[in-house]
Design a protein around this ligand. Structure first.
Ligand SMILES: [Zn+2]
Ligand SMILES: [Zn+2]
Length: 89
């Protein structure tokens, strides 16, 4: 992987982007309609300029956990922090 995904998740850029994308999603979980608190990457092609519902989807914690249980993606993005970590939302 040429791009360090985990490093990227720690950048200010991503934090700002994450906020914007969650706002775009109206903080609604794309799976259950609950309160979305994080973004799950479904494609890593556009890191740095993700497009909602194409590269990332907004999810609540339980739906996100299910995503990873189903192993839809091999990457873990738990390190995004569930809001509490960065004091957001
Ligand atoms: Zn959900
Ligand atoms: Zn995920």
């Amino acid at each position: 992987m040429k791009f360090n995904y985990f490093k990227y998740l720690k950048t200010e850029d991503w934090k700002i982007r994450k906020k914007e994308l969650l706002n775009e999603a109206n903080h609604i979980c794309s799976e259950c309609g609950g309160k979305a608190i994080l973004l799950h990457h479904i494609s890593y092609d556009n890191l740095g300029y993700e497009i909602l519902n194409l590269d990332v989807i907004a999810l609540c914690k339980s739906c996100h956990d299910l995503m990873h249980e189903d192993k839809i993606t091999g990457y873990e993005d738990y390190d995004l922090g569930y809001g509490e970590k960065y004091g957001e939302w």
